[in-house]
Design a binder for this molecule. Structure first.
Ligand SMILES: [Zn+2]
Length: 349
C-alpha cells in the first residue's frame, strides 16, 4: 500500500498569490449536524461547502480540499471539444483567501473541478491525489508541472500519515481509495468519447478518517498494514459518474463496513449544453436516489448541483425524489458557505 506523510505544520500558502495566510476558513453561514447520530457537543471534524464539488474537510489539524473550483458567476469553462459552460454561482471563499491546505483530492481533470486559475495559481508542490490521467496532465507541464502528484486508480489505496507534534504511537491517518466512476455510459458513445477524449476518466473516493498505529506498521513488514489502521469515519464521494454497474461493487466490498457519509455529485450535467441537451454525464435526481439505495450511507449530502448552466437537474428535483422515496431523514442539504460537523470515532467501533 502506498504511503504519504503529510506535515500540516510545515505547509505554506496554497497559492503563489497569497499575501498572507488566514488561519481559518470564513465563518460558516449555517452549521448542520447529523440529524440522529452526531450530537453537536462531540463533533471533532467538519466539512465546509465551497460550491460545485469543492469542499474542505478539517480534522485533527489536517485540511483537505476536494475538486478545487474557484471561478465566479459569468466565468466560462471549456469541458471538451465544442463543449463549454458558464458558471452561475460564486464560491463561498476565494482562492486567495484560503487558509493553509495540506492535500487536494481531485476526482478528475475537468475545468469545473480544477479550473485554469486554480491550475495557474496553486503552489507547484501542493500534494494532489488524483486519477492516473490527471496525474499525467499535471506533471507534464514543463516548468509549470506540479511536483507532488500521486495517481490512484480504481480500488487502489493510499494512506496519508499525519505528522503531529509529540510521538504518540497512535497517529491520525487518512486512508483514501479510488472508487469507480463513469461519466459516459457504456456503448457507442463511450467509444466515441475515448476517441475524442472529450470527457476524462474519473474517480470516486472512499475517504477513511482514523488512526494508525505506526509502530505496529513498521515493526512487522509481513503483517497486513491494514491491521494498523482503525477507521473512525468513512466518507464516500461519488465523483462525476452515472449510475453504472461498476458502482455495485462498492457495497459488496464495504459490506461489513459502515459508510457514514456520502457526497453525491448531482446536477444531471448535460452536454454539449442547455440548448442542445444530448448526453447526460452526471447523476440526476432519480439516479442520485438510486445511489443512496445502493450504497446505503447513514447520511447523504448532495453537491455539484447548480453551479453551471449545463447542470440541468436542479436540487429541488432531488429533494422531491428523496421525499417520494421516504429518505428525508437520511439527507442534509448544504448551501454554499454552510458547514456540516461530524464526529470521528477513536478506537475500534
Ligand atoms: Zn463536474
Amino acid at each position: 500500500m502506498k504511503h504519504l506523510t503529510l506535515k500540516p505544520s510545515s505547509t505554506g500558502a496554497p497559492t503563489k498569490h497569497h499575501t498572507s495566510i488566514p488561519s481559518s476558513l470564513p465563518s460558516a453561514k449555517e452549521t448542520k449536524v447529523h440529524p440522529t447520530n452526531a450530537p453537536s457537543a462531540s463533533t471533532n471534524a467538519s466539512l465546509f461547502f465551497v460550491g460545485t464539488a469543492t469542499t474542505i474537510i478539517e480534522w485533527s489539524g489536517l485540511r483537505i480540499l476536494t475538486d478545487p473550483n474557484f471561478l465566479h458567476a459569468g466565468d466560462h469553462v471549456h469541458l471538451g471539444p465544442g463543449v463549454g459552460a458558464t458558471r452561475q454561482t460564486n464560491p463561498a471563499v476565494d482562492l486567495e483567501d484560503l487558509p493553509r491546505i495540506d492535500v487536494i483530492f481531485l476526482s478528475h481533470y475537468h475545468e469545473d473541478h480544477f479550473d485554469r486559475e486554480v491550475e495557474d495559481k496553486l503552489t507547484r508542490d501542493i500534494p494532489i491525489i488524483t486519477t492516473p490521467h490527471a496525474h499525467k496532465c499535471l506533471t507534464s507541464k514543463g516548468e509549470e508541472s506540479f511536483t507532488n502528484v500521486h495517481a490512484l486508480d480504481t480500488w487502489e489505496t493510499m494512506v496519508l500519515d499525519i505528522e503531529t507534534e509529540g510521538s504518540s504511537k497512535k497517529c491520525p491517518s487518512v486512508k483514501i481509495s479510488g472508487m469507480p466512476g463513469k461519466h459516459v455510459p457504456p456503448g457507442p458513445l463511450n467509444v466515441a468519447n475515448e476517441i475524442l477524449g472529450a470527457v476524462p476518466p474519473t474517480n470516486g473516493w472512499m475517504i477513511e478518517l482514523g488512526y494508525s498505529n505506526q509502530a505496529a506498521a513498521t515493526k512487522s513488514e509481513s503483517k497486513d498494514e491494514d491491521d494498523s489502521f482503525e477507521n473512525g469515519y468513512r466518507i464516500y464521494i461519488s465523483g462525476d459518474t452515472l449510475m453504472v454497474d461498476e458502482l455495485k461493487e462498492i457495497p459488496e466490498r464495504y459490506k461489513d463496513q459502515n459508510i457514514d457519509l456520502m457526497l453525491v455529485h448531482l446536477g444531471g450535467t448535460t452536454i454539449p449544453g442547455p440548448k442542445m441537451p444530448l448526453l447526460m454525464v452526471t447523476m440526476d435526481a432519480v439516479q442520485g436516489v438510486q445511489l443512496m439505495q445502493l450504497v446505503d450511507p447513514d447520511l447523504t449530502i448532495p453537491i455539484h448541483y447548480d453551479d453551471y448552466d449545463v447542470f440541468m437537474s436542479p436540487l429541488d428535483d432531488f429533494k422531491k425524489k428523496v421525499k417520494e422515496a421516504g429518505l428525508e431523514d437520511k439527507v442534509v442539504y448544504l448551501e454554499r458557505k454552510d458547514q456540516y460537523k461530524f464526529s470521528v470515532r477513536e478506537g475500534k467501533a
